[in-house]
Design a binder for this molecule. Sequence first.
Ligand code: IFM
Length: 456
Amino acid sequence: MKTNPQSLPLPNIERSDFAQDFLWGCSTSSYQIEGASDVDGRVESIWDRFSAQPGNISDGSSGKFACDHYHRWPEDLDIAHEFGLNAYRFSIAWPRIFSENGSKPNQKGLDFYSRMVDGMLERGLQPWATLYHWDLPQVLQDRGGWAERSTIAQFVEFADVMSHHLGDRVRNWITHNEPWCTAMHGNWDGVHAPGNKNFKTALQVCHHVLLSHGLAIPVIKANVPDAKVGIALSLHPVRAASTAQVDVDATVRHDGLRNRWFLDPLHGRGYPQDIWQLCGSDAPVVEPGDLAAIATPVDFLGVNYYFPEVIANAPDATPIQAKVIVMPDRERTAFGWEVAPEGLATLLKRIIQDYQPAPIYITENGSTYEDVLEEDGSINDVERRNYFIRHLAVLRDVIAQGIVVKGYFAWSLMDNFEWAEGYRRRFGMVYVDFATQKRSVKSSGYWYARFLKGKR
Ligand code: IFM
């Protein structure tokens, strides 16, 4: 019989279980929260274009208004401060900075992020800036987007501009968030902008994104001598659905494209040869020097952990594809993602063992549930709160075993535009009424604040 995981005793965790200088944050991203899509010189992004096409977003919505964070950021940062966070991860909307004629960057966009960074510092929040969280200017997509090598130079210039303008106050830089999603969701299964469905394109996009990461690092460091630069990867522990050799082999392939395709080149090993062979003529064009640039050392590795995957062979699919199995007896979030705190330990141990990476930060971890706003204004999201407690307990235990993790960013501060799912999926510790823009702290948010203040 299936045990109700909510009835299991919760581990006892306290902030003092973690190092004093451990970073406690929340993550957000520009397109998901900012709204204000046509003000102050912001140009169209691929997500504006993609969302406008019927059928792409499950509730027909877009990030046009989102949480209106562009205007309400002081209130949102106040909440982050009241939670007791000491770090805040945000992303910079490239379309707010990009200028059509390629001349000067848009000053109003620069000013916005400058004000917001000041606001973070005033509230004791260490700013963690992500340069690319999926909102490519549409005009660059019209020229081929990430599939086009020239986009790399555009990105490096963007990194130069932003680190030049914010580098006196922002020390921590994440080049890209989840390149797997940029490449594969954007260009292979097509569920994300720009909505391409071509494996070869996806692999070329992936290569250019990784290369742009490596080439941006020295540029950021030249502008910000004490900069810490890294990348945030979405990584998944994988296991085979059975001991049958075909399933075991499929798991190796799946892991190859999901995890190793990113971790290997970033750690100086080039692309995994077993997967490269399977890619055949779809393999990306790699120029001399590219792999060395991708392997430019980072100061930290950002790990976004949500769920593990169980893999079986897919006999009718392409050689590279495997089947992700939904195990019937597992606890799941409203998204259907398996809730597996122990998967975080499996993942971190594997990364350490196979790659000996730079210090790790958990740059995202979170869950979506069907939140109910009660008449008294409360949102009793016990499942989300328990999710955080159980993952943090695992994190504490792996750190005690010697794995270096220096910070944890919950996804997300507030409910937001969840890409192809629109506003149907709420991940926040703060409930957002998207009609009125009223914010209400959920039980999980009150719990995080108590936890960070050292109270039960
Ligand atoms: O909302 C996303 C985020 O933009 C990237 N990582 C996963 C989150 C939840 O799906």
